[in-house]
Ligand binder design. Structure first.
Ligand code: NAP
Length: 244
């Protein structure tokens, strides 16, 4: 399928995990993809794997100057942006009673403030047919022990899409949330642990954890005109975890 032929995309956190799986699928479908992240070496490796239709731009979604430089690069090289995936995220397990202000700030700075200012910085480059995808999580609609801060940040992301669908009326730009379930990535292994992820995957109706490519496939649908009548929605790629 070449649903994204000639499209220009940005995927934050595209050097690893779900972001990398998404960038890979976008390129397979014809897009040019900018990937971002704080670690230059991860970006270099990812860009080398993705090939000539990928470009790494190092930076943090928590720094406005980094976001301005990222979208300045996109503007200088392509003049426009068709697809924006605000995917960079962070979470850690902390039970109620032990949550520190620093832990709260770390999660909300990346997952909510980072998403908001990424979208706001990229929006001037977007026009009719544009697609914004925010990475949510099954935890945003579930109660998960010791994961309240992360989960609340993802619930906030869900509302950003609902409200922005209203703000974007008449622009031809759509915004949707893509909420993965257990997917074995760096973040998941660090935050939840590999064994717990395997167990969680086994507990889904599908019976195993997800692969980043399975999330990327759904992202490509949301990025393409196949989802032209969808905005303000949340799509789950979760093995059924949050659907039962
Ligand atoms: N894996 C799951 O089971 C799962 C389930 C539901 C939702 N999600 C969501 O999926 C998204 C991707 O996570 P993942 O599971 O694929 O884990 P991952 O491989 O660790 O990806 C997270 C990416 O975000 C980047 N990142 C983190 N903080 C950043 C910042 N301040 N600025 C720019 N980039 C930053 C990281 O790169 P650097 O560290 O180099 O910056 C990394 O590439 C996240 O939003 C996560 O909450 C994951």
């Amino acid at each position: 399928m070449n649903r994204l032929d000639g499209k220009v995309a940005v995927v934050t956190g595209g050097g690893t995990g779900i972001g990398f799986g998404t960038a890979q699928r976008f390129i397979e479908e014809g897009a040019f993809v900018y990937i971002t992240g704080r670690r230059q070496e991860k970006l270099d490796k990812a860009a080398a794997k993705l090939g000539p239709k990928a470009r790494g731009v190092q930076g943090s979604v928590t720094e406005q100057s980094d976001l301005d430089r990222l979208f300045g690069t996109v503007k200088a090289e392509h003049g426009r942006l068709d697809i924006l995936v605000a995917n960079a995220g962070f979470g850690e397990l902390v039970p109620l009673g032990q949550i520190t202000r620093a832990q709260y700030d770390a999660a909300f700075d990346v997952n909510v403030k980072g998403v908001l200012f990424t979208v706001q910085a990229g929006l001037p480059l977007m026009g009719p047919g544009g697609s914004i995808i925010l990475t949510g999580s099954t935890t945003g609609v579930m109660g998960t022990p010791a994961f309240s801060v992360y989960s609340a940040s993802k619930a906030a992301v869900r509302n950003l899409a609902r409200s922005w669908a209203q703000d974007l009326r008449g622009t031809g730009i759509r915004v949707n949330v893509l909420s993965p379930g257990p997917t074995l990535t760096e973040l998941a292994s660090e935050a939840v642990g590999k064994e717990a992820m395997i167990e969680m995957g086994a507990g889904t109706p599908i019976g195993h954890f997800g692969d980043p490519s399975e999330i990327g496939a759904v992202a490509a649908f949301l990025a393409s005109s196949d989802s032209s009548f969808m905005t303000g929605s949340e799509v789950f790629a979760d093995g059924g975890l949050a659907q039962i």
